[in-house]
Every structure is written in structure tokens, then in C-alpha cells.
Design a binder for this molecule. Structure first.
Ligand code: ATP
Length: 365
């Protein structure tokens, strides 16, 4: 078990900076997600924590000990690779026991540990089978078994479910999370899939272009995105942005979208210029009494809900509403927003504008 802390870690490859001054802490026992689009620097960050890549600057601590120059094999971390990394000519038991045999562990202890791991993973009945003919799920379990059997301080996983089809992926994601809950070992998991990160993670770091955009619990990140990038990357459909040039007037509880007032909980006077209101699709209501108007341009039926796209003066907006609500393409309607969940952004910096009270919630929540 381990707490892992990275402080101002940076990685340059020649003149290219893959990771720019990143800091965050992974608490002991957490299931921690490194999330971001391809090339954002998540694998490089994981490899630096594992000792497979040297940081250009900054510090990495495992359980309070600075490990920046410590070799990978001395950090006591297990990497779980995708299932193709198994030894195909060996049996299931052979694959799982391999790391212990190469450590020179006594046979009786190896047998005990392999038995225990097989029981945890539910693969006791296939220990003598060669891995060659196994199903994808069983191969994934064997790969996990080989990592677990060493009883390392932490597990690192780089897109471990990437090669699986959607249905099976979901099943394995549930199994991985359940396994983590049983074992309680610190797990760091790299993914570009925001749904996977939201479903599995205790905490998420969202990266973009080598920068940590936000770090927090899934719901915090969803409800209080720190930047427009995070607001768009997390959620499907992503957060709507209504772009306008304006100001937050002294004493105001909100902003004016043209002549329609919109309440914004974190509005602070003094903000002006290029602003955007961020509203999640499920927080948009089609409400004929509302002053802000939109015209329906598309309706996508999804069973219990429907996604309605409306064009409006400050930008297109998607609403997720109950399918039972009658909507016709071409009709014009009022739009109201769940005011507690609206976020105001500065469009030039991409940063959310928050009140001191909300900053407090974010820092200590
Ligand atoms: P992906 O999911 O595509 O692997 P990622 O977020 O994990 O994306 P990294 O693999 O960390 O991204 O790579 C970040 C950037 O650093 C990429 O632009 C990549 O091309 C570059 N990079 C990574 N390793 C090296 C290297 N050894 N030499 C040069 N550039 C590298």
C-alpha cells in the first residue's frame, strides 16, 4: 500500500515538453485515474512514477520517500499490461507464479500465494491449462494474477482494457473495481475514456497538452469543471457554452444574456470581457415562460431521454429531457437553466470564474 505524490514534475523529450510542471497526490488505497486525450502526457507521467522514465525536473515521493532516481524494480510497483503480455506456452499457474520463481521464493510459499490469487480471481479450475486457448476475460485475469501475486505497494495500469470489445470491457471494468475494493491497494490507471474514468475512479486527474487541468473526485470534476477543456472532455453530450461579451454588474447574482437575466451562483462582480456560460444538457429546461429563447433544430430519441438541439442567440445548446415531453423541430421555446449548476468561464483563459466560497468547496471537498 502506498501514497504517491508528484510535485512540479516535468518531462522534456529534446525541445518538446510532454509533461509541464504537474503536481498531485494519490492517497493510499485510492483507485486513481490519469485521464486525457491521446498525447496529453498521461503514459509519460505514469512511467515517471514507475521509474521507467526520469523526470527532467520535480520530485516523486512514494510513502514520503523521494524516489526520482530510484530504479523501477526497487519501487515495488506492479504494471498490468494488456493480456497479450502473457507467456503463451506456459500454463495459467506458470504465468502467475513466474515473478515469484524469478525472485527465488520457496516452492511452498509460491503454491500458497498462487492458490490465494486464483481464489480471489475465481480461476482455480484453470490453473493447469495453457493460456493459449483461454478466453479474453480469463487471459486478463491471469495478467492481473501475475501482478497481484507479488503483493506490490501499488498497481499501475495503462489502458488495460483497450483491446477489448465494448460489452466485455464494461464487465472487466466492474471486475477490476470489485477486485480493488477487496484488496484496497493503491491503483493508478491510465485511460482516454471519460466514462471509464468516471465509473471506476475515486479520483481523476484530467490532463491536456502536458498540463494538469484539474484533479478531484469524479463528481467534483463533473459539477465544477475548472476549465472549458474539462467541461467539454467530461460528459456526453459535453457541457454547452453560450458565448457572450459582457460584465458581471456590482451586486449582481447573475449575468444578462442579451435581455434575459441568468442566475449564476458563483458570479462575482468585476468580471468582464469574453465570457461563456457553461450548462450541462441535463440542466437545460424547455420552459415557454423563460425569457431566453431557442429554436429546435434536431431531436435525437434515446429511449427514456431525448437530446434536443436548439439554436439560440449566443450559440447552439443541447438539452437532455424526458422523452415524454413533446418537442417539434422548428418550434421556438423558452430555455431556463438549473441555476445552481451553471458555470461562468473566461473565454480568453478558458478558466472557470468562481466565488471564494466555491473555491473553498473545491479545495477541501
Ligand atoms: P497515448 O494515449 O496516445 O499514449 P498519452 O497521453 O499517454 O497518449 P504520452 O505517451 O505520455 O501520451 O506522450 C506524450 C507526448 O510525448 C506525445 O506527443 C508523445 O509523442 C511524446 N513522447 C512520448 N515518449 C516520447 C519519447 N520517448 N521521445 C519523444 N517523444 C515522446
Amino acid at each position: 500500500m502506498a501514497q504517491i505524490r508528484i510535485e512540479n514534475v516535468r518531462k522534456d523529450f529534446g525541445s518538446f515538453t510532454a509533461v509541464k510542471s504537474s503536481s498531485f497526490t494519490i492517497e493510499d488505497g485510492e483507485f486513481f485515474m490519469l485521464l486525457g486525450p491521446s498525447g496529453c502526457g498521461k503514459t509519460t507521467t505514469l512511467r515517471m512514477m514507475a521509474g521507467l522514465e526520469l523526470p527532467t525536473s520535480g520530485q516523486i515521493y512514494i510513502d514520503g520517500e523521494e524516489v526520482g532516481r530510484k530504479r523501477a524494480r526497487d519501487r515495488d510497483i506492479a504494471f498490468v499490461f494488456q493480456m497479450f503480455a502473457l507467456y503463451p506456452h506456459m500454463t495459467v499457474g506458470g504465468n502467475i507464479s513466474y515473478p515469484l520463481k524469478s525472485q527465488g521464493m520457496p516452492r511452498a510459499e509460491i503454491k500458497r500465494r498462487v492458490g490465494e490469487v486464483a481464489r480471489i480471481l475465481g480461476i482455480e479450475d484453470i490453473l493447469t491449462r495453457p493460456v493459449g486457448g483461454l478466453s479474453g476475460g480469463d487471459r486478463q485475469r491471469v495478467a492481473l494474477g501475475r501482478a497481484i501475486v507479488r503483493d506490490p505497494k501499488a498497481f499501475f495500469m495503462d489502458e488495460p482494457l483497450g483491446a477489448l470489445d465494448a460489452e466485455f470491457r464494461e464487465h472487466m471494468a466492474e471486475e477490476l473495481r470489485a477486485l480493488h475494493d477487496r484488496m484496497g491497494a493503491t491503483t493508478v490507471y491510465v485511460t482516454h475514456d471519460q466514462l471509464e474514468a468516471m465509473q471506476m475512479g475515486d479520483k481523476i486527474v484530467v490532463m491536456n497538452h502536458g498540463v494538469v487541468e484539474q484533479f478531484g473526485k469524479p463528481q467534483e470534476i463533473y459539477d465544477w469543471p475548472a476549465t472549458m477543456f474539462v467541461a467539454e472532455f467530461i460528459g456526453s453530450p459535453p457541457m454547452n457554452f453560450l458565448a457572450f461579451d459582457g460584465a458581471v454588474q456590482p451586486g449582481a447574482m447573475g449575468v444578462m444574456l442579451g435581455d434575459a437575466p441568468v442566475t449564476v451562483p458563483e458570479a462575482r462582480e468585476g468580471h468582464s470581457g469574453s465570457l461563456a456560460l457553461g450548462i450541462r444538457p441535463e440542466h437545460v429546461r424547455l420552459d415557454d415562460r423563460a425569457a431566453y429563447r431557442g429554436t429546435v433544430i434536431a431531436v435525437e430519441y434515446l429511449g427514456t431521454t431525448q437530446i434536443v438541439t436548439l439554436s439560440s442567440r449566443f450559440g447552439d445548446i443541447k438539452a437532455r429531457i424526458a422523452s415524454s415531453q413533446r418537442v417539434r423541430e422548428g418550434e421556438t421555446t423558452g430555455l431556463s437553466f438549473n441555476e445552481r449548476t451553471v458555470t461562468l468561464f473566461n473565454r480568453e483563459t478558458g478558466q472557470a470564474l468562481r466565488s471564494a466560497a466555491n473555491e473553498g468547496v473545491l479545495r477541501h471537498g
